[in-house]
Design a protein around this ligand. Structure first.
Ligand code: SF4
Length: 241
């Protein structure tokens, strides 16, 4: 897995943003996270080493914009070039995680058509309100690969009607990290898993978050154990679609 951050900085727009990881990291360095700037890695997909090899060679996924939102408005003037780099690197699979799916068409290449094979768009659904706001938009768009991330999980969500579309390839669940983390309830995760099982959609329990309740007991889980504890639950689903 590679990460490509063409720009940095963002604005909090919904409940899931409250303890944004990027804001917390920037605060440690006294940096203003609300200022959106192009990064020095802007053209990373096209960069080559001195021996002429592409810097991004991994055949796995390249996660895009992990310290911003790909569709943040300040990046409208840069996004077309970013799309072109992803088109050029059709040998890589790019995943874009966003809370701004309503801005999908801004700066989209005119020949986008029905979407590109190497682009996956993953929409964050932290609670039911944002699920019902974002997923109808996502499902109306010409995108070949769609995913949902239910993280930070702030409550149970009913996504059955969206999974029934057969267009969602995977649902990822996880709690919230950081000292101010909100509680994640194992029952919510199982409820999402049940819906995925019913609709035969891949499901991944990515991490517990820092404050986790299971069987009525609340656990404080250090960051280094949050992913391994989720793996231990052994509840992922893979249908090989
Ligand atoms: S959209 Fe993402 S990057 Fe932007 S403030 Fe919210 S959590 Fe942070």
């Amino acid at each position: 897995m590679d990460i490509w951050n063409p720009w940095h900085g963002c604005h909090k727009i919904s409940a899931g943003c409250r303890n944004c990881y990027m804001y917390r990291r920037d605060a440690e360095f006294g940096k203003d996270s609300s200022v959106v700037t192009k990064t020095s890695s802007f053209d990373l997909p096209l960069r080559k080493s001195s021996s002429g090899e592409c810097k991004l060679q991994n055949e796995g996924t390249v996660f895009c914009c992990m310290t911003s939102d790909f569709f943040v408005s300040e990046a409208d003037g840069w996004r077309r070039e970013a799309w072109e780099m992803m088109r050029t690197r059709s040998d890589l699979r790019f995943t874009i995680v966003t809370k701004r799916i309503d801005r999908f068409y801004v700066s989209l290449p005119p020949d986008w058509g029905e979407g590109w094979d190497n682009i996956t768009v993953c929409v964050t659904c932290e609670d039911q309100e944002n699920t019902d706001r974002r997923l109808p938009v996502l499902l109306s768009l010409p995108i070949k690969h769609l995913k949902i991330i239910h993280e930070p999980m702030l409550g149970p969500i009913d996504i059955s009607q969206y999974l029934a579309s057969k267009r969602i390839e995977q649902v990822i669940c996880g709690g919230e990290s950081g000292s101010g983390a909100r509680l994640c309830e194992y029952g919510w995760i199982l409820a999402t898993r049940r819906q995925c099982l019913e609709h035969r959609v891949d499901f991944t329990f990515k991490q517990t978050g820092a404050l986790f309740r299971k069987d009525g007991r609340i656990f404080r889980i250090p960051r280094r154990l949050q992913m391994s504890q989720a793996r231990k639950a052994d509840i992922d689903l893979y249908f090989g679609r």
